[in-house]
Design a protein around this ligand. Sequence first.
Ligand SMILES: Nc1ncnc2c1ncn2[C@@H]1O[C@H](COP(=O)(O)OP(=O)(O)OP(=O)(O)O)[C@@H](O)[C@H]1O
Ligand SMILES: [Mg+2]
Length: 293
Amino acid sequence: MLQGITQVIQIGGVNVLVSVNTGTININVPARPIPKLLTTIPFVDEKRVVGRLPIMEKLARTIEENRGRKSIQLAGVGGIGKTTIAECFLNTHQALFSHICYLEVKSTVKHALVNSIQLVDSLGLHDEVRGKSQTARFNLIVNRLQQLKGDNLLVLDNVSEETEHSDLYSALSLSGGWSTVVTSRDPLLNYVQVPVDPLTMEDAVQLFYQHYTFETDDRLVEEIIRMIDYHTLTIEVVAKTSELRIFKLAEVLAIVKKKSWVFQKDFPRELKLNETSTGSLTNTTGSYPEFSI
Ligand SMILES: Nc1ncnc2c1ncn2[C@@H]1O[C@H](COP(=O)(O)OP(=O)(O)OP(=O)(O)O)[C@@H](O)[C@H]1O
Ligand SMILES: [Mg+2]
């Protein structure tokens, strides 16, 4: 008889324990371990991120000081570099955390959470959430997150208002192990703010030359940067399009001066890259054809 035989076999890379006892076959599939990265983290080449080491260190300290108590906001105007810092931090500081969950918020935090197939899979909730309402799925996911031991990090990119997710934060912080970092343009109440300032002139010049190699003249580049108010995304777009259109630096400066490119406080909110091209600059008063490709 096969009685008492126990064997470990591999199915799809998973060790399965098969034992035969009193005529019955028991198959024991161990629960899949929950991975450290609950979702994919966007890759950022840290060598191309200029001038942000100090703020990443500050973020690490702020997380440590506020663990399980307060959520943290990377705060700043649109296009200043909040998402870049958050993503770069996740690439360089993974070792500090037991579990990491990164979600881009396109509508609401709840929507982002319940619709992340990756997160649901990582938490082993695939079968449990099937057919459930959004609220039931949300509760299941939050519950499972709460159970995760260790120092965990939730990063929510592009949060616009505080409502709707305060529930999530308080539930997670109750468990003691989660820290939450959000990026947002809006001033969010009750968050520990880590302000994202413009790059220093030295770093801004470096960023410009990262995308513009046609000519070198630090004095002209510095003047261009002052005209566009040290704004990170604008530096990138102006440099990239000037390179592609083979503009000389003097021409670039003349264009930004001619446009009397004065930044209003709300200007960056309207600033966006045209989705049909790689670099078209648009603001409330219209587009700048010189900087579209
Ligand atoms: N430190 C940096 N070094 C190099 N490039 C940067 C840096 N910071 C930002 N960028 C570039 O500037 C652009 C805007 O950055 P990012 O998307 O991070 O801004 P944001 O503050 O998140 O904007 P939004 O509020 O619109 O989400 C990106 O294309 C990014 O690659
Ligand atoms: Mg962003």
